[in-house]
Write a protein that binds this ligand. Sequence first.
Ligand code: AVJ
Length: 322
Amino acid sequence: MSQRQLDVRGSTEDVTEALREDVREGLSARQKWLPSKWFYDARGSELFERITELPEYYPTRSEREVLAREAAAIASATSARTLVELGSGSSEKTRLLLDGLREHGTLSEFVPLDVSASALSEAADAIAGDYAGLVVHGVVGDFTEHLGLLPGEQPRLVAFLGGTIGNLAPADRAKFLRSVRDVLSEGEWLLLGTDLVKDAGTLVRAYDDAAGVTAEFNRNVLRVLNTRLGADFDPAAFDHVSYWDEDNEWIEMRLRARARTRVRIPGANLEVTFAEGEHVRTEISAKFRREGVRAELAEAGFELSHWWTDQQGRFGVSLARA
Ligand code: AVJ
């Protein structure tokens, strides 16, 4: 039997209040924007799962290739007793790491941290069922705010995969990496997945697939505002845009109003007008280079210990020591 525990940091009211504040700030800005974390309600999470299987969306497969190849090396470099995973903890990638650590003989605890209580408890159940003797201690929370004290025996390995760090603006990224470093002791570990800079066509297509799944994922944020704040967005009135910003080296997803539109958002006490062709930025997904990752890690107090990429050099995985 495995031990199970679920801690909740922050409440539903906190979440709605945070959404309200983000919407008020982002949609009254001159250049409208919304934080990408609001994509992920049940439908958004399901759409993202479908994205990971699209032929154009290579990051998931590239990262999996690295983890499958290097799981044993990660386990022997870290001898981690606890795997902490920021973001979804149900994936095949998590299992590659757990398997590596179990075979190495050091694994005792798994700590998945996710904003979605339902996704988290499902993931925790599935892992606990398959890994006899593993302590599974889930934490419901937002990794940019609720890192708090991390449970688990040391040394811990904090995995932040998928390239999700690219969704944070550079200043937020620095703050986040520093907050991870602050909850770790010297000699503990961070495993970080970063999508890499490559030709613009490949990048743009990864965020604008032929089947239109990413477009629906993008529009889902408007549905979230409709559901949670009583807004009256017509998602079909917005075009999906995938834009490569060459100066910042990030992909921007945008929603562009096809015609002049007025939207009421009672839950945020807000009315917003979109001019024809005006867009709201819904996501940045930064792309990295090895030297940049090393420098950002160093700035936060981590030393880059290993750097791996997939065969095609599309995606980078860093192992860094606190
Ligand atoms: C899960 C945040 C890493 O930025 O590539 C996929 C989300 N957005 N397609 C990414 C996403 C559009 C994804 N992350």
